[in-house]
Design a protein around this ligand. Structure first.
Ligand code: NDP
Length: 302
């Protein structure tokens, strides 16, 4: 199978490429920079979709970029880097004379309203309530295929929680302070912390790219890309401290997080949602890292 990956040079993309190549698939990345095994977004626009059996978009300005201050220009980049690339891919798929059999968008769980009690599955209704949920709405809408192509190309939206892995995402920034014994709960610590190990997410995406065995549904199938264990930020903090054998006695109050990160962004750490991977579990998917202990041990290398 030939797979085209928008933003495949990043944290999730590198793991997805490893999983796909292990299965013998060919991968081409769409990137802002030209290079071997890559095309650029400009090439996609000028030359149309290259031959492929599956396509996925992972491109997006990093929401936790520590080098960027939370301001209008950063927010604009968060939106345009996701929506414009997704639109470019969905339009190229719709315009192709031989569209792929599958098209996968990886968005996020920020569409579900943070709550200490509510539980969300893929069937949960939601309407935008803040900046990040508005982003998800526009991003997923940009992916939507309609008309003839929607009858033949399977559409999947994977919504991951915080992606945990050694080489990127939130862990990359957290390991050092925790290792130095400076880690602690964020905000109240009671907020849910939906998460998934990057290896499990890559396998879920790779499976979503496989051709459909049933008739193709004209509307996208949603998959919550989260581990099945529902954890809080407190449980995550204590487990990471335990695995690293370090104290976690420095809580960071919510107002400090808001001041450092901007409240619209800090919300992903100071608040959270209980997200259940109903569809993944129903499909019989076997998680390699179903709980925090196994995931964090792998990441910390012990
Ligand atoms: P990365 O931060 O690693 O970025 C992925 C790629 O996006 C980069 O390699 C880069 O490719 C491209 N990119 C970055 N900035 C821009 C920009 N301004 N314009 C266009 N392209 C850009 O992402 P992850 O791999 O961690 O995540 C993949 C997707 O999953 C993202 O859309 C993210 O929002 C989503 N997600 C991630 C989570 C996580 O915890 N990591 C949690 C939930 C959702 P290049 O430089 O080659 O152009």
């Amino acid at each position: 199978m030939k797979v085209l990956i928008g933003g495949g040079s990043g944290f999730v993309g590198r793991e997805l490429i490893r999983v796909l190549r292990d299965k013998g698939h060919d991968v081409t990345v769409i990137s802002r920079k030209a290079g071997p095994g890559r095309i650029t977004w400009g090439d996609l626009e000028s030359q149309g979709l290259p031959p492929c059996d599956g396509a996925v978009n992972l491109a997006g300005e990093n929401l936790m970029n520590p080098l960027r201050w939370w301001n209008e220009s950063y927010k604009k980049d968060l939106f345009s880097s996701r929506i414009d690339t997704t639109k470019a891919l969905s339009q190229a798929i719709a315009a192709s004379s031989s569209p792929p059999h599958s098209w996968v968008l990886v968005s996020g769980v920020a569409c579900y309203k943070p709550s200490l009690t509510d539980q969300y599955t893929e069937d949960s209704e939601w309407t935008p309530f803040d900046l990040l949920s508005k982003l998800i709405k526009e991003w997923e809408a940009a992916a939507l295929l309609t008309g003839n192509v929607a009858q033949t190309t399977k559409q999947v939206i994977v919504r991951p929680g915080a992606v945990l892995g050694r080489d990127g995402g939130a862990m990359k920034q957290m390991l050092l302070p925790f290792w130095l014994g400076l880690g602690g709960t964020l905000g109240s610590g009671q907020q849910p912390f939906p998460w998934i190990h990057v290896s499990d997410l890559a396998v879920i995406i790779a499976q979503a790219l496989e051709p459909s065995t049933d008739a193709v549904s004209p509307s996208p199938q949603v998959i919550n890309g989260v581990a099945p264990s529902l954890n809080t930020n407190y449980e995550f903090t204590k487990e990471l401290g335990r695995v690293l054998r370090r104290p976690t006695i420095f809580p960071v109050p919510g107002f400090v997080m808001n001041a450092l990160m901007g409240s619209e962004r800090a919300v992903v750490l100071t608040q959270g949602q209980k997200v259940l991977p109903k569809r993944t579990l129903d499909s019989g998917f076997q998680y390699k890292y179903p709980d925090l202990s196994s995931a964090l041990k792998q990441i910390a290398g012990s």
